[in-house]
Design a protein around this ligand. Structure first.
Ligand code: RIB
Length: 313
């Protein structure tokens, strides 16, 4: 859609209940945690906040919240970031929640009770006028994600899917995607190829695939070319929402016409910064902080090491 520059995020919003503990419990294990806090979260809302905070991209979000107190901090966080809400209010389902166990080495295990997120339907998609990119995840009903993707493709809006949490996708949905963003586990689920990133990417029939690799960095295939971006070095305290910060920042940059490799580098810097503070949306850095990190240029490993890890020889 020529001249269109705004981003529409269609997805989930959850209130995150976070307990910090020495480690993530194994099945059947009970552990004593320490501090308990709540934070605004949900993959969709986190990505919308990241997109808006990246600057430059007017950001709207289609979301569903319950008619309850848990919805209030979620609405406030999105509005404070400058996200324009396309809000569906459910009177039968509660606001979505996520239970996050956060370990001392900054890893997490998350269980989501989707609640109102499940009430988002195909017909809730708002006008796509002026929208350059539609950004979605998989915490809302799959049939809605598929219908929104097809509608956006018909309207010549770029369709970006962060296929998280991992789930098989229909051929109809796959064929409507322009950019697919996955982590290693999600890549394996979609491609059927385990532990071989280059082969997994090659197996997916999508114009652009981006694979996030945590503290290693990320890689992508776009227009048949491969791009590698080593991670920026930080001391991580909470990785919750780091992938969401990556997705929102990447799409914000692409919607402003930034070249792909540059947008990938910017998204990597923002997601590294997000790991240095607590909370999914509270962790999303401001535009100026990302600029400083880009200027400092503290990539953690060489492109050669990343290429070897991914299996690009
Ligand atoms: O990606 C992190 C998010 O996953 C959390 O904010 C939680 O709400 C779940 O949606």
């Amino acid at each position: 859609m020529s001249g269109a520059r705004s981003v529409l995020v269609a997805g989930s919003a959850n209130l995150d209940f976070v307990v910090r503990a020495a480690h993530v419990p194994a099945p059947g294990e009970t552990i004593l945690g320490r501090a308990f806090e709540t934070f605004p979260g949900g993959k969709g809302a986190n990505q919308a906040v990241a997109c808006a905070r990246a600057g430059g991209a007017p950001t709207r979000m289609l979301l569903a919240l319950g008619d309850d107190d848990f919805s209030k901090p979620l609405e406030a966080s999105l509005r404070d970031a400058g996200v324009q809400l396309e809000l569906i209010r459910s009177h039968s389902e509660p606001t979505g929640v996520a239970f996050v166990c956060l370990s001392d080495n900054a890893e997490n295990a998350i269980t989501v009770a989707p609640g109102a997120n499940s009430s988002l339907r195909p017909e809730h998609l708002p006008s796509l006028d002026g929208v350059s990119h539609l950004l979605m995840q998989l915490e809302t009903p799959l049939e809605s994600v598929e219908a929104w993707a097809i509608a956006a493709r018909d309207a010549k809006v770029s369709v970006v899917l962060n296929a998280a949490p991992a789930h098989p996708l229909s051929a109809a949905l796959m064929s409507a995607i322009d950019i697919l963003i996955v982590n290693e586990g999600e890549l394996a689920e979609l491609s059927g190829v385990r532990r071989r990133i280059a082969k997994g990417i090659a197996a997916l029939d999508v114009p652009c695939v981006v694979v996030t690799l945590g503290e290693r960095g990320c890689c992508a295939r776009i227009d048949g070319q491969y791009v590698l971006q080593p991670a920026f070095k930080v001391e991580a305290v909470d990785t919750t929402g780091a992938g969401d910060t990556f997705c929102g920042t990447l799409v914000a940059a692409l919607s402003q016409g930034m070249p792909f490799a540059q947008a990938l580098r910017r998204a990597s810097a923002a997601s590294a910064l997000a790991c240095t503070r607590m909370g999914a949306q509270t962790g999303v850095p401001a535009h100026a902080e990302v600029e400083s990190m880009l200027a400092a240029n503290t990539a953690s490993q060489s492109t050669d090491d990343l290429a070897a890890y991914c299996g690009f020889d």
